[in-house]
Write a protein that binds this ligand. Sequence first.
Ligand code: AMP
Length: 287
Amino acid sequence: MTLKLAVPNKGRLNERAVELLMMSGLDLGEEWGRRLYVSVRNQDIEVIFVRAQDIPEFVSSGAIDIGITGMDQVAESGEDVESLLELDFGHCRLCVAAPESSGIKSVNDIKDGCKVATSFPGLTKKFFDSAKKKVNIVKVSGAAEIMPYLGVSDIIVDLVSSGSTLKTNRLTVISDIMASQAIVVGNRNAVKKKKDAVLGIVDSIRSVIVGENKKYLMANVPRAKLPSVQKMFPGVAGPTVLNIAGRDDMVAVHVVIDKKEVYDSVNELKKMGATGILIIPADRLVP
Ligand code: AMP
């Protein structure tokens, strides 16, 4: 049974989503940028390129088995899908923002009848309903930031990552609605029926993300320093220690470490008299 996997066809999530699939070992061939769908070589998997905002609905209806999209899109759609994996990219926040000159500093300052431009009418309505504010939602399909300037709306609800677009348009965040990032979601039936295929992909992507934050470190260290080295790298299984032919005084140590530990670890090892320190990428880490 072919597994249908949806990926955003353009926009902010497209490139990294495709990269994660490729790094997971799925061969999309040469044509993927030009086609609406491709069959993965040597696997019973089809990758379909559709708009990020359509993916929750296609997954929920079963037209697609699993998909990569933004949490914001899933929440806005209101569709019932299973969250399978947070992908740690596409981080942003859905925020309420008002013109700096408006004097609106918090939701309390918003008057009934206030016009709110957004491409997230569902989440916006929910937010203002629960804040007991009667606002008029103006649905736009993009460029919400320009709407107060054009007089189309008084405030906006939009996605913010660095905040620079808001700043350029002299808008300021007055409240957060939700935090978002890219995720893998699945159709509830497909997750059960095609469990092995779904887990195969999800675990592979996870191993790539974990691997990207790790490095494989190798070093020759004085045997006498082994207890200190073991203390330094407690890890799950600790370091692998190997004999070096013809050297009784030194051993080779191999260990997987967090990327952020590399700098300190190398300096510590050097102080211990380590030589031949080599750091290499860990493409994937399957625990
Ligand atoms: P697209 O409209 O195809 O570019 O995809 C937009 C998706 O990218 C959103 O639904 C978010 O999940 C994600 N995203 C991440 N950061 C931002 C941002 N600053 N602005 C808009 N979308 C963002």
